[in-house]
Write a protein that binds this ligand. Structure first.
Ligand code: N01
Length: 554
């Protein structure tokens, strides 16, 4: 079936839903959303592993565009779990009547730009063909599962699962010997819950990681009322902090306080729990000596909790600054290693050699398993985009153009791909922020941009190649100005996927600063973009982003 629309949005998570609302209801475009999953939710549709929970606090993990929506909705816990987030998105879809434009179970497999017609031609795995003037990828940053290529997996006689494709009906782990590979944010959430039901859990750890207790719990009636009554204040904080969370980063530096005060600050933050721990000092992410103090505090906590000294040493021998890799938060993660039915394998000293029919063989032993859980993360940021066959001008593929790493302008557009937008694409703050805040800013910017094009009868917008090159430089400099650059083996650099170019992908200059840059670009006539096919109505191209330093957006 051939279907003609104004705008085609790919993905029906937080990003796709709001993009649909903006384009259809504010700009007045005929808009359709293609969604591979069977329902709304994006990452929250797929990630149903034991212990899955958001690590942004619920009062900030939401849309801010509608006060009425927030007055009607009440989160039950400090951190929402997937069912509650899906229920929230369901309410949003119902309130704004979004479902009728969404095609579920429909994966976009290719998107080719037809230069003659100035249209995007998109094909789906259901055989539908769409033609659209504007194409918006709202495919998420962490939606392409990374399943490690460990030899022997096909011969494993038990069952194996990746956390991001957890069966919706659940997995009965009762009485099972489970091996969990991976100890990032996901693995740290999953292990304590798996350990409660499995007969035995072996955690295979390649890189030890810091974690701070989440301290989840039900929200009091008083707090819920405060959230309802302070919509604008919460929004103002989330939109002005570098990381999009509803808490401010302290202005003080580590050296401003005595060691005793510092200890008291860390202890208080430890009790409060969650990502606020990294907001205790302004310089934690830019000064190694400052970061060392937080790192030592957190390593000390691991050693204090974990009783077996060898296990404690393996868990706390962390090789990167605190929060240089995405910092997990947990509920009883380190405590789990005190259970009789849990063991840790340190892959740095005893690496996996292969998977056998009956379990996992490391260099020194074979561990018998009924179930393997891969909590091994994602081909982040570029993975979901490159999974589609996207072709721009001259039939060039995005794969070719990104062979050395993603090239974007503001994480919003790619040179050579007119009228194609990415929501929270590589080069934008995205994963370094509280995602809904970054998503809202992008969806609104894209909608305003398209409204501008239509009002001025401009047929296309395309990132200028030179502006994209300069932006890429700026993204690198922003990362280099922080300690994020000290963890070159993180997924921020694509290091978790063999063969992936090592390029720092998100923008570390902070969400608030990024928002200002995007606003200035638009206000100045879309500097750095070429307006109109052939550049006939080219916008000014000269564009400066200033020095890269400043509080990082994490
Ligand atoms: O993935 P990860 P994740 N052999 O890449 C290990 C978000 N998130 O799913 O560190 C053995 O962080 C790998 O080891 P190493 C959040 O942004 C949000 O945990 O590469 N091990 C690592 O331990 C987060 O950062 C929430 O050496 C292998 C683990 O697998 C992002 O998702 C919740 C391996 C992967 O960690 C990704 O987190 C959960 C191999 N071959 C996640 N390959 C919220 O609450 C990989 N590993 C919002």
């Amino acid at each position: 079936m051939d279907i003609e629309v104004d705008a085609l949005v790919v993905g029906a998570g937080f990003a796709g839903l709001y993009q649909l609302h903006c384009l259809r209801d504010r700009v007045g475009l005929r808009t359709v959303v293609l969604e591979a999953g069977g329902d709304l939710g994006g990452t929250w549709y797929w990630n149903r592993y034991p212990g899955a929970r958001c690590d942004s606090e619920s009062h900030a993990y939401r849309y801010f565009f509608s006060r009425e929506l927030n007055e009607e909705w009440e989160w039950s816990e400090r951190y929402p779990g997937p069912p509650e987030i899906r229920a929230y998105l369901g309410r949003v879809a119902e309130k704004f009547d979004l479902r009728r434009e969404i095609r579920f179970g429909c994966r976009a497999v290719s998107a080719h730009y037809d230069e003659t017609a100035n249209r995007w031609r998109v094909e789906t795995d259901t055989g539908d063909r769409y033609t659209a003037t504007y194409l918006v990828a709202a495919v998420g940053c962490l939606s392409s599962a990374n399943i490690p290529d460990i030899s022997g997996l096909a011969d494993f006689a038990g069952k194996w699962y990746h956390t991001a494709h957890w069966p919706h009906e659940g997995v009965d782990l009762k009485g099972k010997r489970v091996g969990q590979v991976g100890t990032g944010s996901t693995g740290i959430q999953a292990a304590p819950v798996i350990a409660e039901t499995a007969a035995h859990l072996t955690v295979f750890q390649r890189t030890p990681t810091y974690s701070v207790p989440a301290r989840n719990g039900p929200l009091s009636a008083e707090f819920k009322r405060w959230v309802r009554e302070n919509h604008e204040e919460i929004r103002a904080i989330a939109c002005s902090t570098p990381n999009g969370h509803a808490f401010r980063i302290a202005k003080r530096k580590v050296a401003d306080v005595s060691p005793e005060e510092r200890q008291a600050i860390y202890e208080a933050a430890w009790e409060v729990g969650g990502l606020q721990f990294r907001a205790t000092f302004h310089d934690l992410m830019i000064d190694q000596a400052a970061n060392d103090t937080a790192a030592e505090f957190l390593k000390g906590r691991i050693r204090a909790v974990v009783r077996d000294p060898q296990t404690a040493a393996a868990l706390s021998d962390i090789d990167h600054p605190y929060a240089a890799k995405r910092p997990p938060i947990d509920t009883n993660y380190f405590e789990t290693f005190n259970r009789d039915n849990v063991a840790l394998v340190d892959l740095r000293t005893d690496p996996i050699e292969r998977i056998t029919p009956s379990g996992i063989r490391t260099r020194t032993r074979e561990i018998s398993l009924d179930v393997i859980v891969f909590a091994t993360g994602f081909d982040a940021m570029t993975g979901p985009l490159l999974a589609m066959d996207i072709r721009g001008r001259g039939g060039r593929t995005l794969r070719e153009d990104w062979i050395a790493g993603p090239v974007t302008y503001l994480g919003l557009q790619v040179p050579g791909y007119p009228n194609f937008f990415t929501v929270t694409g590589p080069g934008s703050p995205s994963v370094l922020t509280n995602m809904p805040v970054a998503i809202e800013q992008h969806a609104e910017w894209i909608a305003d941009c398209i409204a501008h094009l239509r009002a001025k009868r401009i047929d296309a917008i395309e990132a200028d190649a030179d502006a994209a090159r300069k932006w890429g430089q700026h993204v690198n400099e922003a990362a280099d100005a922080t300690l994020l650059s000290k963890a070159k083996h993180s997924w921020y650099y694509g290091a978790n996927v063999p063969g992936k170019p090592r390029v720092f992908m998100p923008y570390a200059g902070g969400m608030a600063r990024y928002r200002r840059t995007c606003d200035e670009v638009a206000a100045n006539g879309y500097t750095g973009f070429v307006l109109g096919l052939g550049g006939a109505q080219a916008g000014a191209k000269s564009v400066e982003f200033g020095a890269a330093g400043g509080a990082p957006g994490i």
